[in-house]
Design a protein around this ligand. Structure first.
Ligand code: ZN
Length: 96
């Protein structure tokens, strides 16, 4: 050991180009729970920004109607990446 203090193991990705940086779209990654190479399934969770936007949109909605609310809501939610094989959480993307 050279004493660099590395704690993160760099795992070579056989699929190439896949990273563990989760965004708001499905990613190919190795599930840490079952070890399968999977394309994650997205699940939108209510996060901090959702509540802020919810309050904001309800306020706006009083004047403009509620037509904008469904359009914006998913875009404000945190995204949880689920393994389609074992249905467990692989990672999460936070808006805030
Ligand atoms: Zn899994």
């Amino acid at each position: 050991m050279s004493g660099k203090g590395d704690t993160t193991a760099i795992i070579s990705q056989p699929w190439g180009g896949a990273t563990h940086t989760f965004q708001e779209w499905p990613v190919r990654t190795e599930c840490p729970h079952c070890g399968s190479l999977v394309l994650t399934v997205l699940q939108y969770d209510t996060g901090t920004l959702t509540w802020i936007m919810c309050c904001f949109l309800m306020f706006i909605g009083l004047f403009l109607g509620c037509c904008l609310v469904p359009f914006c809501l998913d875009n404000c939610k945190d995204v949880t990446h689920i393994c389609p094989d074992c249905k467990r959480e692989v990672g999460r993307y936070y808006r805030i």
